[in-house]
Design a protein around this ligand. Sequence first.
Ligand code: URA
Length: 215
Amino acid sequence: MSPSTTNLYVSSHPIIATKLTILRDKNSSPKLVRDTMRDLTVLLGYEVTKDLELQKGETMESPLESFQGDVLKENIAIVPILRSGLGFVDGMLNLIPEAHVLHLGLFREKMSLQPVEYYNKLPSSPNVDSCIVLDPMIATGNTAIAAVHILKEWGIPGEKIRFMGLVASKQGVENLQEAHPDITLYLAAVDEVLDSHGYIRPGIGDSGDRLWNTH
Ligand code: URA
């Protein structure tokens, strides 16, 4: 994965490309979509977590001698945006088992494509140092913009917000970067076209429906 700008990373990893092909394939079953999303979480999550700071932890014993363990310095929250962000949760918790999981419910109003908040599990004041927002698709960018806005209002500075997606439209990336130039965005791919119904093309279709077998 190479940085395209200082705060946008778009994968060039061949395995990520082959896994994404499975997600794009309309014949992939919901189980295959979920399993593939979990694989992609680990591959992309490696990049997303690459610059987390460490501090020295307890002194421990290896079979040969004592050593000081490494632990993450910051308290981290993963923030899945319902429903599709749930597809990233298990994989991210495998990487950061101690992470807090703060669910945000935002849906896109069908006509306006504007986000509507219907669930917010943030505690009244921040109990974490940094957040990783999880949402596989960035179409118009409106939902992502709203989610980051909620976290900033809550008290997390933009430099401490990482956004993990899979596929974004070019326009969505531009909108999100314009609204929140201080966050870092990690993606598996950027697709050119956002259609008039707010779908990314070729995209993967409706990620919530693909994951949770709904229509
Ligand atoms: N959300 C999705 O799940 N897919 C799209 O293409 C756009 C938004």
